[in-house]
Design a protein around this ligand. Structure first.
Ligand code: PHE
Length: 480
């Protein structure tokens, strides 16, 4: 019989240990890994050398409640100790040690040493009550070694639970037992053929290890990026490949850049405390604010402005950015003399939203701007279409929309499972936003949600799943 070295090692171990051993014992004694042992055993089984026995092992383990009771005492014990020192009013005791402890204490001891009358706990036979408590305590301590009655008592009280395991044992068959020691001498094995084996003709006398690709092997879980990180990088690479420069910015910004510079009036609902996380304190704003103030109040060129008194204090407020447009507008201002700009960023934004399957108070946006001599609306649509196509979304739809800082404005929707899902907004920055800065050409701009896109990409139904560290889910998500 042709035996591999691992098979020989295992047969030897079985022979030295009464022909039969649990598999983890074999692993211990052999210095082989579980996988190597399992593989060798399934070969040996096929060759008729061993048999595998499976035995169901009933085990009992403490529940969380059981662990707690073991550590801090059973509820009835805590109950009785308090009654002993005179806390005998049911309501007072509930406040002191908790309703659950009192209820269990009463359930265990009522009419067995104590009595409840008009909300008071009366001790009738302290010795009896104490005996019950110490009995129960003993059961808990010996939960691993109990008769059926005691066990079912603990099971019913959810102090222990059953945890089965399967004990697998390998046993040599007659064929196995008859293998001679000289057939168990370990030999050099070739597991991978090299040019040297062929050139020097070593292969002629070598012992080749056989393979069976149908055998069980465990899944090798590789280290890999979090799916969201992976997805963000994918988005970044697409914009980089389209010739966009990546820009960065801080999470904490002034209301001025987040809103005023974007021509969002100070009485706009989005500025409300209900929607925006404001922080204490205020910050400096650039002198450019004088121009912004004037545009808000009186307009620019043919525009008539919002017609209200612009408040500098409001603009100096600090907040967690509500959109990444705060970064592109700042970038525009810094590069107001440029002839062309193509910039994008991916960043977190914060809104006072309630969490539900499609909303989070903190999420990512994919933001971008494009400005050049002839930039126009079709170019905006084309750029967005191109981006989504490169991500694998062929079917997108644009709908008219409104933002205070763009005209025209649009919403982007993508089809998924026959439903249209809104992914973000875009438009051309209004002249009130760009012209006072000295920007020469039309600025195409967009800001799109990243998580919703990632959900579709990974087929995840609940946005929160993207942020749960559920190792099983993370392991099994494919790297697309
Ligand atoms: N800032 C907008 C949002 O958060 C998206 C947007 C960006 C719209 C740029 C138009 C232009 O929804």
């Amino acid at each position: 019989m042709n035996l591999s070295n691992n098979e020989k090692i295992i047969i030897k171990i079985l022979k030295e240990n009464g022909n039969k051993l649990p598999i983890d014992e074999i692993v211990n004694l052999s210095n082989l890994s579980l996988v190597e042992v399992m593989n060798a055993l399934s070969w040996l089984k096929m060759k008729g050398v061993i048999k595998i026995h499976e035995k169901l092992n009933k085990n009992y383990i403490l529940t969380e409640e059981g662990e707690k009771a073991l550590k801090y005492g059973l509820p009835e014990k805590i109950f009785l100790e308090n009654v002993k020192i005179g806390v005998n009013d049911v309501d007072t005791l509930k406040e002191k040690i908790g309703k659950i402890n009192v209820n269990i204490g009463i359930a265990q001891l009522n009419n067995k040493g104590i009595k409840i009358e008009n909300g008071k706990i009366l001790v009738e036979d302290l010795e009896r009550a104490e005996k019950i408590v110490s009995n129960n305590e003993n059961m808990l301590k010996n939960y691993n070694n109990l008769d059926e009655n005691s066990l079912s008592f603990l099971l019913k009280r959810n102090l222990v639970k059953r945890k089965d395991s399967i004990l697998r044992e390998a046993e040599l068959t007659e064929i196995g037992k008859n293998i001679k020691d000289e057939d168990l001498i370990l030999m050099e094995e070739i597991t991978q053929l090299t040019p040297e084996h062929i050139q020097k003709q070593i292969w002629k006398n070598a012992n080749f290890k056989k393979y069976d690709v149908t055998l069980f092997v465990p899944m090798p879980w590789m280290g890999k990026n979090h799916p969201l990180t992976y997805f963000i990088n994918k988005v970044r690479n697409i914009f980089l490949s389209m010739g966009f420069e990546e820009i960065y910015g801080k999470n904490i910004v002034s209301a001025f850049w987040n809103m005023d510079a974007l021509y969002i009036p100070q009485h706009h609902p989005a500025r409300d405390m209900q929607d925006t996380f404001y922080l204490d304190g205020s910050v400096d704003i650039p002198d450019y604010y004088r121009i912004v103030k004037n545009v808000h109040e009186n307009g620019y060129n043919i525009s008539r402005g919002w017609k209200y008194e612009w408040d500098e204090k409001e603009a100096r407020k600090l907040l967690l950015r509500t959109h990444t447009t705060v970064n592109t507008i700042k970038y525009l201002y810094k590069n107001r003399n440029s002839e062309n700009i193509k910039a994008f960023m991916v960043g977190t934004v914060f809104r006072r939203e309630n969490m539900d399957p499609t909303h989070l108070p903190e999420f990512h946006q994919i933001e971008g701007i494009l400005m050049e001599k002839n930039s126009d609306f079709p170019m905006l649509l084309g750029t967005l279409e191109k981006f989504y196509a490169l991500l694998g979304f062929e079917k997108i739809k644009f709908k008219p929309s409104y933002f205070p800082y763009t005209e025209p404005s649009l919403e982007i929707h993508v089809e998924y499972n026959g439903k249209w899902i809104e992914l973000g907004g875009a438009g051309i920055f209004r002249p009130e936003v760009t012209e006072p800065m000295g920007i020469k050409y039309r600025v195409l701009a967009w800001g799109m949600g990243l998580e919703r896109l990632a959900m579709i990409y990974y087929n995840i139904k609940n946005i929160r799943d993207l942020y749960l560290t559920d190792i099983e889910m993370l392991k099994s998500l494919p790297i697309p």
